[in-house]
Design a protein around this ligand. Structure first.
Ligand code: ADP
Ligand code: MG
Length: 275
């Protein structure tokens, strides 16, 4: 098969016809079906001027009606701030992990979560907040918990049985998704592509799909035109001017990447020689 020749380690979905690309993958009810700002953010806070906060304040709510929602947009628009605030408001640890993780290496998270109201439409059995930038701390926390003598099975067993520190960043990231994400869950991911090679990114798409078919919801901040191609996903583009739903092919990420790859020499000529 074409893809397996190209990238042999991509694990294909179980069962025949698991992908029906014409279908919009839709859960019965999302665990988090919307978010809104329910109390004013202090005007003296940097949060008040953050594009995502300004727009959310003006909007009634941001609706999560699809199984997979992407938050995309320029650096600094507030994607991570919003995702983190949703995670904290939902009961996750601000630096990442499952709902019972309580480590903190630095108290750097904003207090935006205090101003958010989430509409929770169903109860998940599983959940994880995964942020590429503090994944190292999540891995350390799991190792620390396992160093405490206990009769319970080691936590690392549910992360593939090997310390996440003894695998590469990309391997451990995917091991976590493969082994720890159990379905019927809410998964909040911040730039998961940061650790992953293109073929592992495609593996992540396969895992996301299996988990969605197993009644899961994802909210993902991403810059990856590969990841945001997930069929039926809602792509919210955050900018200085607004938050709007876009087709993924209309995102700058898709358009610019495509133009670059179609003719790298021409693009490099523009970039490096200024004409
Ligand atoms: N403690 C802080 N004080 C002032 N500005 C901050 C603070 N924390 C984050 N910011 C600013 O908030 C903006 C949004 O950050 P972030 O949510 O990480 O953006 P994104 O994920 O969209 O790239 C950034 O411009 C960042 O500099
Ligand atoms: Mg970010």
């Amino acid at each position: 098969m074409y893809l397996q020749r190209l990238a042999p380690h991509i694990r294909m979905p179980k069962g025949k016809g698991a992908f029906d690309l014409g279908e919009s993958f839709q859960m019965q009810r999302n665990y988090i079906s919307s978010v809104r700002i329910s109390s004013p953010v202090d005007e003296a806070s940097y949060l008040h001027e953050l594009p995502v906060v300004r727009h959310l304040t003006q909007m009634k709510e941001l609706v999560f009606s699809k199984a997979v929602t992407f938050l995309v947009g320029e650096n600094g628009t507030g994607k991570s701030t919003l995702l983190e605030a949703i995670a904290v408001a939902y009961g996750f640890n601000a630096e990442g992990g499952s709902r019972n993780f309580s480590f903190s290496t630095s108290e750097t998270h904003s207090d935006l979560h205090r101003h958010l109201t989430l509409t929770k439409s169903a109860f998940p059995k599983d959940g994880f907040f995964l942020r590429a930038e503090s994944f190292y701390n999540t891995a350390s926390y799991i190792d620390e918990l396992d160093a405490i003598p206990t009769r319970q099975p080691h936590i690392v067993a549910s992360y593939g049985g090997r310390s996440l520190h003894k695998q590469s960043h990309g391997e451990s990231f995917l091991a976590l998704v493969q082994n720890r994400f159990g379905g019927n869950g809410i998964y909040l991911l911040d730039e998961p592509e940061a650790a992953l090679s293109p073929s592992r990114l495609m593996s992540l798409l396969v895992h996301i799909h299996e988990l969605v078919q197993n009644n899961s919801q994802f909210i993902i901040a991403s810059h990856s035109p590969i990841l945001m191609a997930y069929p039926g996903a809602e792509v919210y583009h955050l900018s200085e001017d607004r938050i709007c739903s876009v087709d993924y092919k209309d995102t700058e990420h898709y358009q610019l990447t495509r133009r670059f790859l179609e003719n790298p020499e021409r693009m490099l000529h523009y970039l490096l020689e200024g004409n």
